[in-house]
Design a protein around this ligand. Structure first.
Ligand code: ZN
Length: 481
């Protein structure tokens, strides 16, 4: 009988912090549109004699991450040098926290699609610095040091994950949890979130982990999941064929959907870690941890609870709306205008999310701002337009700069509430459709509403969707009787 295998996965996530300045110097950290090597100074270029100085905001942000991920913050921690030569590392070493990280022993409770919940431990988080960027162009390589010494947090999970699905859901939860703290953009596209996966397989029921392979170059959460599945299959095949797994680093090749060997894995010893002599130990007092607890932004969980109680939204709505903090903010802004949480929630969950999906935009990029949507919903609430016209208005607003109220006026979308005008159309429809009227009279109670709906539909069509549906229905019902 074939052997049963179990996979063991641990993830290392790097987060770039939005602190405004770099971790050891005052260089501007907002370098995305800057010319190469302009956001640099002797400290982040590693000039001899230049001394690093820890950015206070980095510590504050790091504590926020620790609290959000249920970690224990250490009162005393220290920095170490990880020595290696690479052209984009100007000092020839990276300052990190190896021996004594600033926090450890955290966890995240991850809900899977099946409804099953798993607890994923967080071994530790360390404060460290980013490297510069090498750009390879044929025979030449260019180096940009703007990213050198950008503040990073490395979040190391326990090897608690057993499948690609678990890894995928853990990453999603980690991302949205951190996003709520406001310390990082956590965007894989922008490079402010990066992930490496440690993967091994062992015989089912075994207590001893197999030798692990580290997979890098993972550009999306989906790529992480695919790389894990590929790697599990590859390792099982190697072992089944009598081979052994080497401890090595592999690169994910997304075009061909395979991992390829990059280098045999270094052991910690290879980096010759030693305490960073240019920095003092990092002391975080309990009062400081308490102070930061007091200024932590509302967590996802707290927001979800508030949405179901304060706005009386169903659990489903609250879950969808709080999935991303920006969407939750957008919704709350809309409610400020409409004072109608449920109607606002319906609009955000259907029209807004559909448009974003179709256009590939984020909520912040949406051409329909919260104020615009608020106005559209208020036009419905004031009976100026019908819901149907409102949807049309929403689509127009996606590409139209004009104010929704102006569009309604200028495009003649205002709802007809004039009784006489509507009655004239109702009479016209009844006169032109004698068969339907006859059908209505001869139908039983079960069929009557369907025929009525058909007649009302004719009226709405003739009025180009502008007749007030309530008035149309009332008139039509009384006339048929
Ligand atoms: Zn600098």
């Amino acid at each position: 009988m074939a052997k049963q295998w179990e996979s063991v996965i641990g993830l290392e996530v790097h987060l770039q912090l939005k602190t405004g300045t770099k971790v050891w110097c005052g260089c501007d950290a907002d370098y995305d549109n800057a010319s190469s090597n302009t956001h640099t100074c002797p400290i982040c270029l590693g000039h001899p004699g230049a001394l690093p100085k820890l950015n206070k905001k980095v510590v504050e942000y790091a504590i926020k991450a620790a609290l959000a991920l249920n970690c224990k913050v250490n009162n005393i921690s220290g920095f170490d040098r990880k020595n290696y030569f690479y052209p984009d590392t100007p000092k020839n070493y990276q300052i990190t926290q190896f021996e004594t990280p600033y926090c450890e022993k955290g966890y995240l409770d991850v809900k899977l699609n099946s409804g099953r919940e798993i607890t994923v431990g967080i071994t530790q988080i360390q404060i460290e610095e980013d490297a510069g960027k090498s750009i390879h162009m044929g025979k030449e390589s260019l180096i940009n040091f703007n990213r050198a010494s950008m503040p990073l947090l490395e979040i190391i999970s326990d090897p608690d994950l057993r499948s690609s699905e678990e890894a995928y859901e853990y990453l999603n939860l980690l991302k949205s949890t951190i996003k709520y703290t406001g310390i990082s953009d956590v965007s894989m596209e922008l490079g402010s979130l990066r992930c490496d996966a440690n993967i091994s397989v062992m015989e089912k029921g075994s207590k001893v982990f197999g030798r692990r392979v580290e997979v890098k170059n993972l550009n999306s959460f989906k790529a992480v999941a695919r790389a894990i599945d590929y790697e599990i299959g590859r390792q099982i095949e190697v072992i089944d064929n009598g081979g052994v797994i080497d401890q090595e680093t592999r690169l994910w090749d997304d075009d061909n959907q395979v991992t390829r060997i990059m280098r045999s894995k270094e052991d910690a010893m290879d980096y010759r870690y030693f305490n960073e002599p240019d920095l003092q130990r990092l002391v975080i007092k309990d009062e400081e941890i308490e102070r930061i607890k007091g200024i932590m932004p509302e967590s996802k969980e707290a927001k979800l609870n508030r949405f179901t109680t304060d706005y009386a939204l169903p659990d489903y709505d609250a879950n969808v709306l709080t999935d991303e903090v920006e969407l939750a903010d957008y919704f709350e802004e809309v409610v400020k205008y409409t004072k109608n949480p449920k109607l606002s929630s319906n609009w955000v969950m259907t029209e807004v999310l559909r448009e974003l999906k179709e256009t590939g935009k984020t909520i912040e990029e949406s051409p329909v701002k919260a104020e615009d949507l608020g106005k559209i919903i208020n036009l419905i609430q004031k009976d100026v337009i019908s819901s149907k016209i409102a949807k049309k208005l929403f689509t127009i607003k996606m590409t139209d700069e004009r104010d929704p109220e102006v569009i309604v006026k200028e495009e003649g979308m205002v709802q007809v509430v004039d009784l006489e005008a509507i009655e004239a159309i109702v009479d016209q429809v009844l006169g032109e459709n004698p068969k339907m009227v006859e059908d209505f009279k001869n139908s039983d109670e079960g069929r009557k509403p369907r025929v009525l709906k058909g007649l009302i539909g004719q009226v709405m069509k003739l009025s180009k969707g502008k007749a007030n549906p309530t008035i149309v229905t009332e008139l039509m019902e009384s006339k048929l009787k």
